[in-house]
Write a protein of this length. Sequence first.
Length: 235
Amino acid sequence: MRLRLPSERPTEPPTGYKIAYPVLSQDGTRAGFTGVSLGGALPYGVVAEAACVYGLRHRAPHRRCDCGFHCVHHRAAAEALLCTAEHRAAVLLEVSVLGAYIRFERGFRYARQRVRVVTVGRCACGAGACALADAGWGRAGWRGLAPVCEVCARGRLPVSLGRFARLAGDGVRVVGGGGSTPGGEGAGPAGIEAADGLGVPELVAEAALLQARLDWFQAQLARLGQRGDSAGPQG
């Protein structure tokens, strides 16, 4: 006699919370996330379907495997994970649990998900983050990102929260610095993003990023000028 798990028929997808690392594709045209544990080698998008991390051909989540997406029921439980040293640079995701799922005491293991809201924490220096910049690690074809403030963003060619939302797509909202930045229109000329619909916090962040880029270019020009002077005409 086989014991069967009780089935649920929710009227709307359950909501869950998890942490993940934001990532940017090598060509800078796509944004996504990667897990902090078993699924860390498989970046995923805003809407994604789970696959067995062990390469087995069964559908996730399988009762005799630990594959599938994972999340917890309560936001506070996910925020507690951000306190650990290895997860300080992660972001908080609010997700819709889609498809088949297995309910546990603290959360779900499930087949599909939609990321609805991304909450970006503080910069490593302790200031509020206004952007995401290269974290110094990555996966094949993907660069890991970490929250940065306007000061620490200088020289690191950061991605603003608004641009990350647009690259991720599918209506995801990215929240940070006391405000939210919905996915909007595409980038303007010379990589300057459209400011339509942005509030004061987002405009301040965009201005800080532009200043950081200008500072970086000025430093490069100064360095090139010094090289030119040192390699002057030979007598």
